[in-house]
Write a protein that binds this ligand. Structure first.
Ligand SMILES: Nc1nc(=O)c2c([nH]1)NC[C@@H]1CN(c3ccc(C(=O)N[C@@H](CCC(=O)O)C(=O)O)cc3)C=[N+]21
Length: 284
């Protein structure tokens, strides 16, 4: 069997057209969704992602502003910038690019963002509301994964999903979103015994460990759906996922490539969350 490729780039483009149309409607009501991205320091990868986010914002007709602080900026400086953004009515979404320099407490920073503008979905209020199945800003990568499956017509209810990796921004929340859609969820991590025993039973595997080519064909059941969240660089500096794509594609039923799989959906769902926040202001 050769796996069906889940084309995240194509699905993201389709979603972005829908978002751009919604943005146009809001602008006719006098509201332009605004996203503020805060970048501390000069990490090259972060700058690439931030540039990508800003460009996408503008392509969709949204307002975007980049706030740059030097690497040595104090936590207090960052927190006061965020306070200004919380109070700025032209800003509907705030994203503080992670990772932050070591001298800054990331949790403290995330908790200083208004939950109403937390378009990353990282704030405990939004995580708590997601846990209990209430309306919330959902974290962009996990949300994007659920949209990919929905667009591909891959049902989740009753399926056995194995999440490999338990980060706060992907592994833990994506398992919760699967649970909310009635899947049976197994979380695997660095302390799991016999990883292959679990992954080879999965109907759907989410690989979010941050180790290049970690999931091999032996980890995968014939016909399984394999979602690769990895954003690693191989020896040649080329972007590659957590899944050994070629050998796993021989066995899987569906697979997301890296690049052009989950990544573009992360950006797209950030735009969706910013639009949602702007729409929320119509409610008050
Ligand atoms: N507060 C915060 N929120 C984030 O959402 C966040 C963050 N910090 N820090 C860094 C990670 C990483 N991230 C990616 C977004 C898009 C691609 C993406 O579009 N990747 C393209 C390839 C891009 C390239 O060529 O490098 C793809 O997979 O096709 C990847 C990674 C968001 N992040």
């Amino acid at each position: 069997m050769t796996a069906v490729i889940i084309d995240g780039k194509e699905i993201a483009s389709k979603k972005k057209v829908e978002i751009a149309q919604e943005v146009q409607k809001l602008k006719e009501l006098g509201i332009t969704p605004g996203l503020a991205v805060v970048l501390v320091g000069n990490n090259h990868a972060s700058r690439t992602y931030v540039t990508n986010k800003e460009k996408t914002c503008r392509d969709l007709g949204m307002y975007s502003v980049l706030i740059e602080l030097p690497e040595e900026a104090s936590q207090e400086e960052l927190l006061s910038k965020i306070k200004e953004l919380n109070e700025n009515p032209a800003i509907h979404g705030i994203l503080v690019q992670l990772p932050l320099p070591k001298h800054i407490d990331e949790i403290r920073v995330i908790e200083s963002i208004s939950p109403l503008k937390d378009v990353d979905g990282f704030h405990p209020i939004n995580i708590g509301r997601m846990m209990t199945g209430q309306d919330a800003f959902l974290p962009c990568t996990p949300y994007g994964i659920m949209v990919l499956l929905e667009e591909m017509g891959i049902s989740v209810a009753g399926k056995h999903v194995v999440v490999v990796g338990r980060s706060n921004i992907v592994g833990k929340p994506v398992g919760q979103l699967f649970l909310n859609q009635h899947a049976t969820v197994t979380y695997c991590h660095s302390r799991t015994k016999d990883l292959q025993f679990h992954t080879s039973q999965a109907d759907i595997i989410v690989a979010a460990v941050g180790i290049a080519n970690f999931i091999k064909a032996d980890h995968v059941k014939e016909g399984a759906v394999v979602i690769d969240v990895g954003i690693n660089r191989n020896e040649a500096g080329k972007l590659c996922g957590d899944v050994a794509f070629d050998e796993v594609s021989e066995k899987a039923g569906y697979i997301t490539p890296v690049p052009k799989g989950v990544g573009p959906m992360t950006i797209t769902m950030l735009m969706y969350n910013t639009l949602k926040s702007a729409k929320n202001t119509l409610r008050f």
